[in-house]
Design a protein around this ligand. Structure first.
Ligand SMILES: Nc1ncnc2c1ncn2[C@@H]1O[C@H](COP(=O)(O)OP(=O)(O)OP(=O)(O)O)[C@@H](O)[C@H]1O
Length: 304
């Protein structure tokens, strides 16, 4: 379990992380979201002991990262996939990490197979593609079979097959009872992968909730209605809900349940060809919630 309490980081005038408190629980994938510059990387760096908090604490399994006797067995992390000596092979990189953390040598080959790098394990890491370096970073995180995993943008540079692989890897790690914290700007993937969400904006916590509740709370439900009589239908529905045209024969209605729309149409003698409640995406819910917390928008720059 990761516990963050009152975590704050100041860089001169910039309050990068502002009094954050949250927990990342075992058995779940927790998505860590926020607009650019929200403070995600700074928070992860403090959890991993790479940056010292200005105030507050971050612990992993009840202990600060720097106090862990064998850090790789307590928490596995992927922050910067470039952080590998280019002259070292994947095999030797992992071997050195295993030796420094009391991890048996047999885990090296096992982990290389887990991440699909066994065929290139003896090649210099400097010759790897971004996706291969990303897999090597993930191998380093998995090496010590830690109960806590932290991944910053793990999908960068991965092809579609790699993205699906990460999704099942995260889900499996959580199913085994590990606590998994993952940041990503790819909302569609986050929606498929995470159970719980921590959302921050301008360094502050703005949501700590399940994926389902987050989507329900931060976006209005919509119903798509197709009819050959859109004008008549629009007149009927506008009194009860918000209606906008999406196409010549399609309306999008907010503020009314599908059953009520069907009933109003039937009562008004309007023929319907389709009546579908639309799945609202995490992306829409996220944009709605964070629009005020976006630091950099096209044509607009704000100071905190
Ligand atoms: N070493 C540093 N010195 C000064 N300011 C910093 C430093 N690191 C981060 N910041 C500032 O702190 C704020 C938070 O940055 P951070 O990189 O944590 O955001 P982020 O949520 O990870 O953003 P992104 O999604 O763009 O990666 C930003 O305003 C950034 O400019």
């Amino acid at each position: 379990m990761i516990e963050v309490r009152g975590l704050t980081k100041r860089y001169g005038e910039v309050l990068a992380v502002d009094d954050l408190t949250f927990a990342v629980r075992p058995g779940e994938v927790t998505g860590f979201l926020g607009p650019n510059g929200a403070g995600k990387s700074t928070t992860l760096r403090m959890i991993l002991g790479l940056d010292a908090p200005s105030s507050g604490t971050a612990t992993v399994g009840g202990m600060s990262f720097t106090a862990q006797p064998a850090p790789l067995r307590a928490v596995g992390a992927l922050l910067d996939p470039g952080a590998v000596l280019p002259s070292r092979s994947a095999f030797h990189h992992l071997l050195a990490l295993a030796a420094g953390n009391g991890i048996p040598r047999s885990r090296v080959d096992e982990t290389l197979a887990e991440v699909g790098l066994e065929k290139v394990a003896r090649r210099r890491a400097g010759t790897y593609s971004l996706g291969m370096r990303q897999r090597l970073g993930i191998a380093a995180a998995l090496l010590g079979r830690p109960p806590v995993l932290v991944f910053d943008e793990p999908l960068n540079g991965l092809d579609p097959e790699g993205i699906v692989w990460i999704r099942s890897l995260m889900r499996n790690m959580a199913a085994e009872g590990r606590a998994v914290l993952m940041s990503s700007h790819l909302m569609s993937e986050m929606e498929l992968t995470a159970d719980h969400l921590i959302v921050i904006g301008r360094g502050k916590l703005i949501a700590d909730t399940t994926m389902k509740d987050f989507i329900e709370a931060h976006s209005e439900r919509e119903v798509l209605v197709r009819s050959p009589q859109t004008q008549a239908l629009r007149r009927l529905l506008s009194e009860a809900g918000d209606v906008r045209a999406e196409d010549h024969d399609t309306l999008v209605v907010t503020g009314l349940e599908a059953a009520r729309i069907g009933a109003l149409a039937a009562a008004g003698g309007v023929e319907l060809h389709e009546l579908s409640p639309r799945q609202v995406s995490l992306e829409r819910a996220f944009m709605e919630l964070t629009q005020d917390a976006v630091e950099y928008q096209a044509g607009k720059e704000t100071n905190r």
